[in-house]
Design a protein around this ligand. Structure first.
Ligand code: T1G
Length: 692
């Protein structure tokens, strides 16, 4: 059973034992009910303490059971809580570490609650696209007041236990050893009757209507995409307006509705995707990591400076190298400006700013970097430049130092071959702005040592990045797929669309930014250089020339105040351009193409399925370890809508047979050559399967 029973004198102790977070899975729920019964049957027992083993009280319902029979198998969490609440002997919840979701609801069902300081108290269900489904929306407002409970339920953020010590939630804060303190408390209240029940408290906030309306107003924009937000407010309103049992029933209805929604399944998929990404076949969690106590960055430009900030933010000293003092001074000034902007927004204190700046040093000499544990190169994307840098690093870095490249398209194995230690070379592909974007593609070279890979994946967590392992190919995972997405976007212009229509369609689908606004931001000339290189390396990959014609006009994007769109000084708003639209029409005319009205649906399908088809090839080649890694890349690096779960999850939801059917339709169109169907997609569609 995932809960043990012991008796300490006249107090029974039921200990939740379901590592790593005492998820309230079926076996654990059975263990609690059995322990309760034993305590009730034993006349010598006067009170019961419920405590969690390991890192905390409980992280909530076992989310691995969701949408499986076990999730609702009796005793359900509802039943467990009802048995506790109706127990004839007092039940005390002893909370440490964390009490989240169903874990907090379990504690709320107890007659008393005691806690040690520092415990994370939360109802984070909304982050999984659901709401507290075991009484949390009905009981928490009764314990901590309407406003605080509403904030915790709608936003899902944790609150430290000591911040709630003045509310009814905790009857006592325990300074010393939690269990001993809880047992002593239990003995003190053992004979108190009637037993206090949370449900018996009233919600007395006089301004309840204003509090609820104000929350509804504040979530309005997001609620369109995340149905759980509004239903959280509805459930809390039921706690205010309805008798307890009716409120509980209303909450249950909302939960059962939400748990089946695509949005919730997408959010749960993303939750597990983030945790699966750090699992690398053949590399166990106990591998010895190389210590990372200091770092170095080659290049103090936009990328180099952003990368350096990540280390300073994590408290790791970092040294930036440049070829000229002016470049170093500019890089440091930019970093300081970034921090000052964060300070102005109140997200950084002056002391933190000063501390971080003190961790950043600079040099013009490679020799000064020799003792760093990791060095990350972020220089110009040209193989000859990388060669010089890695030869110099090979000469000065101490044995065992990790040599990383921030390359986004070049061959990491070739870069590793410039050194005498290819086993210490790895790719760390940051996304601009490097100090903001969560995604870090960790590129594993043929020779990269397992401990180097494991060390950098752990470092990703330390610097607050989402690390995803990629094999070596042109563009790794994200850029290789976005290449096909942009190709389709260009073909759509030839066939009948204009930039604003394509961007509008995909942004209504949920992308933060469509391909043309994105390209104007990143710089159209970057894609132009890549296409030129690709045309020599892969003559079979045909691109529309419309992007080249744009760049030949010098329209590189926001940096030239003109790209696919026109931009006015000091304003990043993308204004449709008559010049560009006419260029597109003229270009299509030179091709003799009969332009046609193209629907938003076709735009979305072609952009999405271009991603999915390339993703299937990436999966098949082993460049990505799993489909959820590809989804994570898109959710954390490319503005893919979270409530759709990522391209592979989305395609599986559509049905791969339907995806294949649509692709086959486009493969008979004017740009058929771009639709070489991935054999894996073909296979899964034929078998009626989804991406795993
Ligand atoms: N169930 C099952 N496994 C869980 C889990 C859970 N609730 N929470 C975490 N894990 C696993 C996770 O997958 C990982 O597994 C390991 O624990 C460590 O997690 C009725 C229905 C608790 C703050 O939403 O926020 O209750 O990869 O890497 O950074 O109303 O996990 O090691 O195999 O994240 O220290 C509500 C979700 C559920 C909490 C710990 N509860 N979890 O963070 O470790 S719904 C939640 C978290 C519910 C009721 C409803 C975090 C954490 P593995 P980790 P961490």
């Amino acid at each position: 059973m995932s809960a043990s029973f012991s008796a300490q004198g006249d107090v029974a102790v039921i200990t939740l034992e379901n590592p790593p977070v005492n998820g309230l899975g079926f076996e654990t729920r059975c263990g609690i009910v059995e322990g309760l019964q034993r305590a009730i049957d034993d006349a010598a027992i006067r009170a019961i303490v419920l405590v969690g083993s390991g890192k905390g009280f409980s992280g909530g319902a076992d989310i691995r059971e969701f949408n499986t029979p076990k999730a609702l198998q009796e005793p359900s969490l509802h039943t467990v809580i009802r048995d506790i609440e109706s127990c004839a002997k007092p039940v005390v919840a002893a909370v440490h570490g964390l009490a989240m979701g169903g874990g907090l609801e379990l504690a709320l069902g107890c007659h008393y609650r005691v806690a040690s300081a520092g415990a994370q108290i939360a109802l984070p269900e909304v982050k999984l696209g659901i709401l507290p489904g075991a009484g949390g929306t009905q009981r928490l407002p009764r314990m901590i007041g309407l406003q605080r409970a509403l904030d915790m339920i709608v936003h899902g953020a944790p609150v430290k236990s000591e911040k709630l010590s003045s509310t009814r939630l905790f009857d006592r804060m325990i300074d010393g050893e939690l269990l001993a303190g809880a047992i002593a408390f239990a003995q003190q209240i053992a004979d108190v009757r009637p037993l206090p029940k949370v449900r018996d408290h009233e919600i007395s906030d006089a301004d309840a209507a204003e509090i609820l309306q104000s929350m509804r107003d504040s979530i309005q924009a997001q609620a369109r995409f995340f149905p759980a937000l509004a239903r959280c407010v509805d459930a809390v309103e039921a706690a205010v307006k309805l008798p307890f049992e009716q409120g509980l029933a209303f909450e249950r209805e909302q939960f059962l509705y939400l748990v089946q929604t695509t949005e919730s399944k997408a959010l749960r998929h993303a939750f597990f995707a983030e945790r699966s990404a750090s699992k690398i076949p053949g590399i166990g969690p106990d591998i010895a990591l190389r210590p990372i106590r200091s770092a170095a960055v080659i290049g103090a430009g936009t990328m180099g400076g952003g990368i350096a900030m990540n280390f300073a933010n994590a408290g790791i000293p970092v040294c930036m190298l440049e070829t000229a003092q002016a470049a170093l001074d500019k890089g440091v000034a930019t970093i300081r400006k970034n921090y000052e902007n964060t300070l102005k927004k109140g997200r950084l204190t002056q002391e933190q700013l000063d501390k971080r700046m003190s961790l950043i040093s600079t040099t013009l000499e490679y020799a000064a970097l020799g003792q760093a544990d990791i060095v990350i190169e972020a220089v110009y994307e040209e193989i000859s430049v990388k060669e010089k840098v890695f030869q110099q690093l090979d000469a000065v870095m101490k044995p065992g130092a990790i040599l990383a490249s921030n390359t986004s398209t070049l061959d990491l194995d070739k870069i590793a071959s410039f050194t005498s230690r290819p086993q210490d070379v790895i790719g760390t592909h940051f996304f601009s702005p490097a100090n903001v974007m969560k995604l870090l593609e960790v590129v594993r070279g043929k020779a990269t040592a397992p401990d180097v890979l494991a060390t950098v994946m752990a470092l990703a967590k330390t610097i607050n990045k989402t690390g995803v392992v990629s094999g070596v190919c042109d563009g790794f995972i994200g850029n290789r797929m976005i290449e096909q997405y942009v190709r389709q976007a260009f073909f759509l212009l030839e066939e009948g669309c204009l930039p604003a229509q394509v961007d509008g369609a995909i942004e209504r689908f949920g992308f933060a930014m469509g391909p043309f606004r994105m390209s104007d931001l990143a710089g159209n000339d970057i894609g132009w250089q890549i296409r030129k290189r690709r045309r020599t390396e892969h003559p079979d990959m045909i691109y529309s020339l419309v992007g080249d014609k744009l760049c030949e006009l010098g329209r590189y994007g926001q940096k030239t105040s003109a790209g696919w769109y026109d931009y006015h000084a000091g304003d990043r708003t993308a204004h449709p351009s008559d010049v560009v639209n006419q260029m597109i029409l003229d270009h299509a005319a030179t091709l003799g193409l009969q332009r046609r009205q193209i629907s938003d649906a076709e735009i979305v399908e072609r952009l999405m399925y271009a991603l999915v088809n390339e993703g299937a090839k990436i999966l098949e080649e082993g460049i990505a370890l799993r489909a959820s890694d590809i989804d994570l890349v898109y959710l954390t690096g490319y503005g893919f809508p979270l409530y759709r779960g990522g391209p592979m999850f989305y395609a599986s939801g559509v049905g791969l047979n339907k995806v294949l059917e649509a692709i086959n339709g486009y493969a008979s169109g004017p740009n058929a050559h771009a639709w070489q169907v991935a054999p894996l997609l073909q296979k899964l569609a034929a078998e009626g399967k989804a991406f795993q």
